[in-house]
Each structure stands twice: as C-alpha cells, then as structure tokens.
Write a protein that binds this ligand. Sequence first.
Ligand code: GDP
Ligand code: MG
Length: 174
Amino acid sequence: QSRSQIAILGSGRVGKSSILQQYLNGGFSNSYKETVEDIYPQPYDINGKRRFVDYMDTAGNIYFPAMRKIYISKAEGFILVYSICDSRSFEEVQKLWNEIKSVRENNLSIPCVIVGNKLDEENKRQVETFAALEWAYRENLGGCFIEVSAKDNNAVKEVFDMLLEQLGNRRAAQ
Ligand code: GDP
Ligand code: MG
C-alpha cells in the first residue's frame, strides 16, 4: 500500500481548512477555528488500484522555517492557498513555491495546485486573476491555477481533481 502526503500550505486565515472541510465533508462555517495539525487520509483509485492520500492541514507552525522544511521535504504534493482579498497571502504563496523549488529537485514533476480562495468576495479583491496567472505560467504552473470559494463550494472539487490527476501522471511515469 502506498500513501502520498499532500501538504496544504498558505498564510493564516486564507481558508485552507475551509477548502478541505468543504471537499471532505461538505459545508462551510463562518467562524474561525485555528488549526493545530490535522491529517486526513483519503482513498482514491488510480489505474484500477486503490491508493491513499494524506491531506495535511497545516497551522501557524509552518511559520517556523524548520517546520516548513520538514513539511516540504516529506510531502509528495502541495496545495498552495492564498486569499484573493489579501495580496500578502499571494506573496506568501510565491515564497512557499520558491522554497519548494529550492528543497526539491526537478520541480516540473512536483504535483502542485495554486488556489486563490474567497472568490465570493470579489468586491474586496486585491489579487487580480491575470497577475496570479502570469506568475503561475512563468513558474510552469499555468495549468495548475484555480480560483475558488470554499464558502460557496465553487470549484473546490476541481482543486483535488487537478492534484490527483498530477499525482496519477507522476505514478504512471514512474
Ligand atoms: P485557514 O487558517 O487557512 O485554515 O483558514 P480557515 O479555513 O480557518 O478560514 C479562515 C476564515 O475565513 C474563517 O472565518 C472562514 O469562515 C473564512 N473563509 C474561508 N473560506 C472562505 C471563502 O471562500 N469565502 C469567505 N467569504 N470566507 C471564507
Ligand atoms: Mg486552518
């Protein structure tokens, strides 16, 4: 049996836990509950074989460089989340990706999805779609970029479909 660990990374309060909860359980809560560190094992089927993905919902401890390094080196893939209403959270995603590239060789083959959350708050937008997309394309992540709303359950499933597809391709290539 093989397990893939997927780290969900990003600034605090961008909606990492909300996206994961919406995907796994359905539903959304407006109240904020700080994550400690939660691991959610999920089965998925690829090429007729059952495999497991462990989604790691990370918390504030990723602000410690040593913790971040551990997550980055042990994860097989990443979901990097920012809020479209918070340009600093987008800068954090860029920083995280640079760090991932520096820790891992052959970054073209790292399963990764870039997620702009809180699409329902268009009126508070700070990160333009074209600017985020432009950066993503420059980093060869153009096909791995998506804007979502955990609140409205808009495009949340696509995040995980994109990630599992990349994981599957990687396995097929191995
Ligand atoms: P985390 O710290 O990244 O895990 O963020 P949370 O999932 O705990 O969410 C932080 C806050 O943002 C909570 O109050 C959520 O209700 C809210 N939130 C999360 N996703 C969305 C969204 O898509 N739209 C809106 N409007 N609020 C959201
Ligand atoms: Mg959280």
